[in-house]
Design a protein around this ligand. Structure first.
Ligand code: MGD
Ligand code: MGD
Length: 760
């Protein structure tokens, strides 16, 4: 049994330790890890006493608090940090197992230089000096010949903070982030153009006070963001009602009061009909709309014909259910929490679908109101900027009128095209930094083609995932339990706070932390003043300086809580939204001026041809994207993804539950085998599988070719014309039984021996 301490005791011990350290005049950070870990309280791991070091997780991007457990200098486990205001001591399976990344035998531990062909994954060991010199020499040559923006960056994750600054100092505005282009981009831009603010990450959703939750494709429970899952479950326990719109009977759908098994790709019609009903039946928040919004009359005209009958024919949902759910929202307003979704790049009109969703929240009066969407707290954090950085808003030059309201980076499609054809301007080099561009960008074969032609491919990673195979130079980064990162400010929580990541154990081999990698590369690029902090300690002080707190104050618990702002619109006072009109912009003139529809409208998306299904994908609770499949514990729990297929369709195809099956694309390419989950809980026109399986990297000994890679079949992304994000659900697959021998063992749950008497 591990020793548990309650929250008060936790703080008592931590502050006592911190006080003792301060009294002794200890410079905790400069003397590093040893003091840091002994300074924090002791805990237990099984029967062993361990030191516990607070930090935060990076198995996904929710950043839950962890306590790394160290015994005799070895990392033996982690548990949730009870001081973390959001995760409050809870961790998911990935968070609990993530520490095994430290000892993964496949880890990248030395810099490497390619010896074989691109894609072969053949390397020789190199020194850091040689590897960095090679990257710098080629980057400078590319800049010399083609301009700085011909060197592109594909960053993701907390550690890419410094390299992004360095690239902007180098002069390059070519970067592509999946968190925008393949994830949150549509909602970020839609919410900015409506409320003058994003919904944030974590999403500022008021689960604590809501009366009605509406999930449109958000499969909370399979999509595991620990604190959000808890908040969701608590809200349901408390009696909040739940509407779930999903073509698949998801975990969340199983809790729903109203489940709408919508025809995939038709959510826009449902949203427009809901807007029509809420406005036509006077179910909207008239005072709020008059006071805070502009353009409701134009919206009323826009949705005049979007009757429930019209939407029912498109969505294949009953008219009565569309009407009933609209009335549920009107009755619960403003305490209606319409989840904006997170992976929002679906069908190609995604920015507009998110606008429709935002407008529904606006007319129900939910933005800035209890039970709806709350407001952020401003936290000024420093940034070790490079003095020569180009302006943040400088964007990759796109041809006139192309993706007119893209907000962050270059759409991956544009970058890949630029690497292959040199249009609209040449991109000759790519550095991936914490991003798997082969598993995460659509059309992976085209991405490989771009990598094949590049003058430089540099990969900074912790594991040899697919991009490594294509690298000229591989740099091994210290994993999240082994390094400092820039402190992270969480503004999007009712209790705002800052958290610290620090090393819990030494990195294996010669892996380096991100600050050292960026600094050393900066020197070689002739930018010695870039990242103007001497070392990591100075960096921490610099980032925290605007808050007038010292890094030592974060050491005891890893967390520093800040004064909270008002999460709701101030009653009775005027409020100016950060939009040109100062109001919530229902009709958006700025969009219209950029040639984008100022109000959302319906467009038809082609359906699957005969014999094909629409390929839907999503999350599975115990894995993250394509980054966790090599973890031995998570692999035990879930070694392979399953293919959800409708039972009637499966019968037609002669497929039984558990049979190995293959996906077959329009180009005839078949996937690795994966087990079928035959169920009435999915519509007949689509199949579903969790993303991230079927790695093509033989250097990953567990993950290699285990299960099917959804991304291999995303060959026809319908790029959003407004922001260039990759709509990934516009692809169709056939399904057939597979003759291949399954290369997975049964998942843990089905192997566990039954207890005597169980099930009687
Ligand atoms: P991962 O598969 O997690 O996804 O996109 P990515 O972040 O690219 O790949 C992360 C890479 O970073 C891996 O190579 C991993 O080994 C490496 N890595 C992990 N930790 C570290 C670290 O600490 N430092 C460094 N340097 N490297 C590290 C995710 C993106 O994918 C997102 S956010 C979404 S929502 C989209 N989802 C999605 C989907 O569902 N289906 C398909 N087909 N594509 C998708 N693309 C998007
Ligand atoms: P979506 O892809 O929008 O993801 O999580 P979400 O934002 O919840 O939702 C997938 C659901 O949409 C599925 O249930 C699918 O059946 C349904 N769906 C498919 N097509 C349609 C449609 O046309 N209409 C409707 N209404 N529904 C449809 C993604 C989120 O998950 C993200 S972006 C990240 S970065 C995190 N990643 C992650 C992870 O990798 N692993 C785990 N365990 N949790 C994660 N949480 C986060």
């Amino acid at each position: 049994m591990s020793q548990r301490i309650n929250r008060r005791e936790f703080f008592r011990r931590s502050s006592r330790a911190a006080a003792a350290a301060t009294a002794a005049g200890a410079t905790l950070l400069s003397s590093g890890l040893a003091e840091a870990s002994t300074d924090f309280g002791l805990g237990r791991h099984g029967s062993q006493r361990v030191e516990e070091v607070p930090s935060f997780c990076e198995m996904c991007f929710w950043k839950c608090g962890i306590l790394g457990q160290v015994r005799d200098g070895r990392l033996v486990g982690v548990r949730g940090n009870p001081a973390h205001p959001m995760s409050q001591g809870h961790l998911c399976a990935r968070g609990n197992s993530g520490f095994l990344l430290h000892s993964d035998p496949d880890r990248l531990v030395h810099p490497m230089i390619r010896t074989g062909e691109r894609g072969e994954g053949k390397f020789r060991r190199a020194s850091w000096e040689e590897a960095l010199d090679l990257i710098a020499t080629r980057m400078l040559a590319i800049r010399e010949r083609h301009g700085a923006s011909a060197m592109a960056l594909a960053p993701h994750g907390t550690s890419s903070f410094f390299i992004r600054s360095l690239f902007r100092n180098f002069g390059s505005d070519s970067y592509s982030v999946p968190s925008y282009g393949q994830c949150r981009g549509p909602r970020i831009t839609a919410f900015h153009h409506t409320f003058g603010a994003d919904i944030g990450s974590p999403e500022r959703l008021d689960f604590e006070r809501t009366e009605l939750i509406v999930l449109i494709g958000s499969h909370i429970g399979e999509n595991v963001h620990t604190s959000q899952v808890h908040q969701f479950a608590d809200a349901i326990d408390r009696g909040a009602r739940l509407i779930v719109v999903d073509p698949r009977f998801s975990v969340a759908a199983s809790k729903a009061h109203e489940y709408l098994p919508i025809k995939p790709s038709t959510d826009m019609a449902l949203l427009l009909a809901w807007l029509h009903l809420v406005l036509a039946e006077d179910g909207y928040d008239r005072d709020y709309v008059e006071r805070y919004t502009t353009g409701v009359d134009e919206l009323r005209r826009q949705v005049a014909d979007c009757t429930p009958e019209w939407a029912a024919a498109i969505t294949e949902l009953p008219v009565e259910q569309i009407v009933h759910t609209a009335r549920m929202m009107s009755a619960a307003r403003p305490a209606v929490l319409i989840h904006p979704g997170r992976h929002t790049t679906w069908y190609g009109d995604d920015m507009q679908r998110e606008r429709a969703l935002a407008l529904l929240a606006a007319v129900l009066g939910s933005w800035g109101r209890p039970g709806g969407m709350f407001l952020p707290s401003p936290i000024p954090l420093g940034r070790p900027r490079c003095p020569g950085e180009i302006a943040q808003d400088q964007q990759f030059h796109m041809p006139q009128g192309m993706y007119p309201v893209v907000e962050e980076g270059v759409p991956s499609e544009v970058l890949v095209e630029a690497m292959i054809s040199g249009k609209p301007r040449p991109v000759k080099g790519l550095m991936t930094y914490g991003q798997n561009v082969i598993a995460s960008w659509p059309r992976p074969e085209r991405t490989k083609e771009a990598l094949r032609q590049a003058e430089l491919v540099a990969v900074v990673d912790v594991l040899p995932t697919e991009p490594t195979l294509w690298a000229d130079v591989v740099l091994p980064e210290a994993a999240y339990v082994e390094r400092y990162d820039a402190p992270v400010a969480v503004r999007d929580s009712k209790q705002p706070f800052v958290m610290l990541r620090r090393p819990i154990v030494e990195p294996p081999g010669e892996a380096w932390g991100p600050f050292a990698i960026a600094r050393e590369l900066a020197h070689r690029l002739g930018e010695p003043s870039c990242l103007p902090c001497e070392d990591e300690q100075a960096m921490l002080r610099h980032v925290l300086a605007p808050l007038a707190i010292e890094p030592e104050q974060l050491l005891p618990t890893g967390i520093y809580e800040l004064a909270a702002g008002n999460p709701y619109l101030p009653a009775g006072a005027d409020y100016r939204f950060n939009t040109p009109s100062g109001k919530i912009e229902i009709f958006s003139e700025p969009l219209e001026q950029r040639g984008v529809a100022p109000l959302p409208g319906y467009s038809v998306h082609p359906g699957p041809p005969p014999g094909f299904f629409r390929l839907l994908y999503g999350r599975t609770p115990v894995h993250s994207f394509a980054r966790s499949q090599n973890n031995p514990l998570l692999d035990e729990i879930q070694p392979v993804n399953q293919l959800w297929i409708n039972d009637a369709k499966a019968e037609e195809l002669g497929i039984a539950d558990g049979d190995p099956v293959e996906l077959v694309g329009a180009d005839g390419v078949a996937s690795n085998p994966l087990p079928a989950k035959v169920t009435p809980g999915i519509r007949e026109d689509c199949v579903f599988t969790p993303h991230g399986f079927g790695s093509e990297s033989p250097l990953l000994h567990r993950a290699y070719r285990r299960g099917a890679d959804d991304n291999r079949f995303i060959t026809n992304p319908a790029t959003d014309p407004d922001i260039g994000s990759s709509a990934m659900r516009a692809n169709f697959v056939a399904v057939r039984r597979s003759d291949a021998r399954p290369n997975w063992k049964p998942p843990l749950a089905s192997r566990r021996p039954r207890r005597k008497g169980a099930g009687r």
